[in-house]
Design a protein around this ligand. Structure first.
Ligand code: NAP
Ligand code: G4F
Length: 348
């Protein structure tokens, strides 16, 4: 039986990937951080919580990474753990560098010392392209990161390549464009919108405050994207791949489509609040995943409109069940209104 270690198992991708690997017959080990309140709702939601071997580990603590490798003795490591929110990286630039950047080196170095035969997937990102993009971005497009998050990820990206070239470690960078789902964190714009629309449609809230509506993203469906991570580690040779839908839509289009699903006019409910704008913005991401199509046989099926519908209908259905008195593991009811969270822009 193959063994996989997934760092960041409590996150969106960690949850879907674990389910995928269990279905493939893997023994799955997942690392989680010690938090004051445990955060396993996604694994519970997917019905896989009991099937995963959980190991406490923090990417700032190298001993905990070595210990995770010793306990799991994996064939494959999927390094998904990160401070993954671009907005927060402007507020915590050094912390983001320590986790999202140096954390990668800690994982790679632990692998090098423990067993160089372990295959490593590094969660790289389309944010690496930053402000430079105009046409479709592929593996040859220059990187020009535009946030502390992206700069940290670029460092991790290069370290994975360096460990591949220097030590022969089978390390792959998955340059994944934005991928969303009902399990997306509530601070990311798609889920913020789908949850906001559901609450407005059900009369729980009246308005939704957002930042830059003009930014464009290439949004895909997370359960399909985790398959590409696994495919990368099954190849003969390690390599880096862009994973994307090839379509780009603005935040405004996402908003309009999401309110449509609920039969509402977005213009009556959406306010622009500059507190949700970033000091530097990535205006346009649109990926070219032809290499992944050709070499991995990977292609996306769920496109923009279906993705929006899946997310809005899911949040509406869960809020209805919750209001009917049903209680289940879920993030939305305990998530505070972002109105109470000050941004650095407004603190000065
Ligand atoms: P996510 O939902 O934010 O999950 C991040 C995971 O990392 C969580 O399990 C989190 O644990 C964990 N984590 C945070 N800080 C940590 C630390 N110091 N030590 C150990 N674990 C830590 O992110 P995601 O959307 O699943 O994304 C997975 C990875 O892909 C991330 O590296 C992200 O940067 C990258 N990525 C994501 C996308 C996307 O569109 N989703 C696109 C490209 C790349 P807690 O639950 O305790 O917070
Ligand atoms: O949903 P977002 O926060 O995602 P972002 O910044 O694109 O990053 C995500 O995708 C990356 C891949 O490209 C990952 F590497 C990263 O880990 C993360 O998963 O913001 C999307 C866009 C931005 O342009 C943002 O300025 O939406 C804009 N936006 C407008 N109003 C907002 C809001 N973003 C958030 N989070 N909240 C708003 O109210």
């Amino acid at each position: 039986m193959k063994r996989a270690l997934v760092t960041g198992v409590s996150g969106q991708d960690g949850a879907y990937l674990s389910k995928f690997l269990l279905e493939k017959g893997y023994r799955v080990y997942g690392t989680y951080r010690r938090l004051s309140t445990p955060n396993f709702w996604r694994l519970q939601h997917l019905g896989v919580f009991e099937k995963i071997n959980l190991i406490s580990c923090d990417l700032i603590d190298e001993n905990s990474i070595t210990e995770a490798l010793r306990i799991s003795r994996p064939n494959e490591v999927y390094n998904l753990a990160a401070q993954s929110f671009v907005g927060a990286s402007f507020e915590q630039p050094t912390g983001t560098g320590m986790v999202t950047g140096l954390g990668v080196t800690r994982v790679l170095e632990a692998v090098r010392q423990f067993d160089t035969g372990i295959r490593v997937y590094q969660a790289s990102t389309s944010e690496l392209y930053g402000t430079g993009g105009r046409s479709k971005q592929n593996e040859g497009t220059p990187f020009y990161p535009a946030s502390p998050y992206a700069a940290a990820k670029l460092y991790g990206h290069h370290m994975a390549r360096i460990y591949r070239d220097a030590y022969g470690i089978f390390a792959c960078n998955g340059i994944l464009f934005n991928h969303e789902s009902p399990l997306r964190g509530l601070e990311f714009v798609t889920r913020k919108i789908s949850n906001g629309v559901a609450k407005i449609a059900l009369g729980i809230e009246k308005n939704l405050s957002l930042g830059n509506l003009d930014a464009k993203r290439d949004w895909g469906y997370a359960p399909e994207y985790v398959r590409s991570m696994w495919l990368m580690l099954q190849q003969k040779m390690p390599d880096d791949y862009v994973i994307a839908t090839g379509e780009s839509h603005s935040v405004r289009e996402f908003v309009s489509e999401a309110f449509n699903v609920a039969g509402l006019d977005w213009k009556k409910h959406v306010k622009v609040d500059r507190k949700f704008m970033r000091p530097l913005e990535v205006n346009l991401l649109r990926g070219d995943s032809r290499k992944a199509g050709k070499k991995l046989g990977w292609k996306p099926n769920v496109k923009f409109r279906e993705l929006v519908r899946i997310m809005v209908e899911n949040d509406m259905s869960l809020w209805r069940r919750w209001m009917d008195g049903e209680h289940f593991p879920w993030d939305a009811p305990s998530y505070p209104s972002e109105a109470n969270i000050l941004s650095r822009n407004l603190r000065v």
